[in-house]
Ligand binder design. Sequence first.
Ligand SMILES: Nc1ncnc2c1ncn2[C@@H]1O[C@H](COP(=O)(O)OP(=O)(O)OP(=O)(O)O)[C@@H](O)[C@H]1O
Ligand SMILES: [Mg+2]
Length: 234
Amino acid sequence: MSSELLRLHEVHKHFGGQVVLDKLSFDVAAGEIVGLVGPNGSGKTTTINVISGLLRADAGTITFNGAPINALAMHRRAHLGLNRTFQVPKVFRDMSVRDNVEVAALAAHAPLDTVDAVLDEIGLRDVARRSAGSLTANQQKLLDLGRALATRPKLLLVDEIGAGLNPAELGAIAELLRRLAARGIALIVVEHLLEFLGRITERVIVLGAGRMLFEGTLAAAARDPEVVAAFIGG
Ligand SMILES: Nc1ncnc2c1ncn2[C@@H]1O[C@H](COP(=O)(O)OP(=O)(O)OP(=O)(O)O)[C@@H](O)[C@H]1O
Ligand SMILES: [Mg+2]
């Protein structure tokens, strides 16, 4: 029995004539943090989209907990314990912070005491009655993360949560992500900020034009000629 929680096998995605994911294969174990990096347009968000079910892969297999999920709609994947955040946080701006988390918990059939635990976890209990639209960019990212956490994921896909944050905010998010992993939640973290990534994981996957260029430690990636060329070219 494999310990892999998620397995991608030769996953392919194209938009019109453009190949965006090219035979992408990798595994993620339970409770593991994997960094997903690559130049702009290399397919990071598309990878998250095909895993979460926002987009369907055109070919290849995605297996979660040993079962193929390619054909499942996004909400079915969320019920299995697979959820994501968005590069641009998706929150209901006119609803309160608490209601945003509550709606996510209800949709996932999670008990409502989950909501308080999530608000504490993301540090937004004090602003729970405010409208989501009145929050800072950092708080909206935390709320987007909280909405995903309310579905009680086993695997959380995090898309550029660090972008635009100040050093203190980055430090707090790094600590939060490490805490989630310590609780057994696996994370795929898409990030351009390599220093931030280095604080939460050693293992990275590097994409270049939809292909896996490298898989290994962050330090080794930085020395890999193909990786360096992709970043300079990008
Ligand atoms: N819905 C779509 N329709 C057409 N092309 C798309 C679509 N989504 C993404 N693409 C294209 O697919 C490629 C990969 O995009 P993707 O958003 O996955 O890149 P990324 O690595 O997340 O980039 P960034 O670092 O800028 O967020 C890009 O060339 C992009 O323009
Ligand atoms: Mg992206």
